[in-house]
Design a protein around this ligand. Structure first.
Ligand SMILES: [Zn+2]
Length: 266
């Protein structure tokens, strides 16, 4: 192994994780966010003499991408789908920027570098690689929460983006994709991974991550069964796998049911 140091920071918004991976004098920053003060702290984790050689976005959602301006000129790696959307001014790219701008405006957040996408965005395909210094980083497409989701494996660490969070239930964009992604993540975790970093919440052991993954699969299977029968009453009675007392989480469940095709979840 190349010998890496991994630092995870949780944002004041939704415990969004930002990660700095250092290998010798080379650094990778994943999902830099969110508030400018937090981004300054994140940049402070890069030791003198070391260089941020790459930023990685796990997916296009606004809270994960809008902080890149603290690392100007650094190449950004992400899924090919998001790289294409940025290039072509597509929906994923424009929605993210609009939502970030709206949130910042609502909470009077001043973002000195503005709201553009980075100039150098490089797309990775499923199973593709990029590197910083001597460190190779492998990407896995993980659609389901977002169509452009990508996890990366860095040595024995797996950074999964918005899956396996101990703070929230799954937020589903595409139910079959989400279930396949969870099954795949469980397989990857069981092949030599020791630490799992979700998009929201603290770093997890493999045991914790697998438990969350299995709970989420059970939850999504229950939704799928209700969707087959279009049974909104049964869907409403499904117990959330966690975070049931978090404000708004029940609404996310209703939205998950709607995404699964239930026409009248209540
Ligand atoms: Zn997300």
């Amino acid at each position: 192994m190349a010998g890496i140091q991994v630092d995870v920071r949780l944002s004041g918004i939704w415990q969004m994780t930002s990660t700095v991976v250092r290998c010798g004098s080379s650094c990778l920053v994943v999902d830099p966010g969110y508030f400018p003060r937090e981004l300054a702290d994140l940049a402070g984790l890069v030791p003198k003499g070391a260089k941020v050689e790459a930023v990685f976005f796990t997916h296009s959602h606004w809270d994960h991408v809008v902080g890149h301006g603290i690392f100007p000129g650094v190449p950004v790696y992400t899924s090919s789908a998001l790289a294409r959307s940025v290039r072509e001014g597509g929906l994923l790219a424009t929605e993210a920027i609009n939502k970030a701008r709206e949130y910042d405006s609502q909470w009077y957040v001043e973002r000195p570098w503005g709201y553009g996408w980075p100039r150098d965005v490089r797309g990775i395909d499923d199973g593709g690689w990029f590197n910083i210094g001597d460190l190779d980083i492998e990407g896995f497409l993980v659609p389901g929460h977002a169509p452009d989701g990508m996890a990366i494996r860095v040595e024995n660490h797996l950074l999964v983006g918005d899956y396996l969070s101990p703070c929230e239930i799954p937020f589903v964009d595409n139910l079959p994709d989400y279930r396949r992604t969870l099954q795949r993540l469980l397989t990857i975790i069981n092949s030599g991974v020791e630490h799992v970093i979700p998009g929201h919440g603290p770093m997890l052991s493999t045991e914790e991550a697998c438990r969350i993954g299995r709970e989420d699969l059970r939850y999504l299977d229950a939704i799928a069964r209700c969707a087959e029968r279009n049974d909104g009453v049964a869907a409403n009675a499904i117990t959330l796998p966690r975070a049931g007392d978090v404000a708004g989480m029940r609404n996310h469940h209703v939205e998950n049911c709607r995404k699964a095709g239930l026409t009248a979840p209540s």
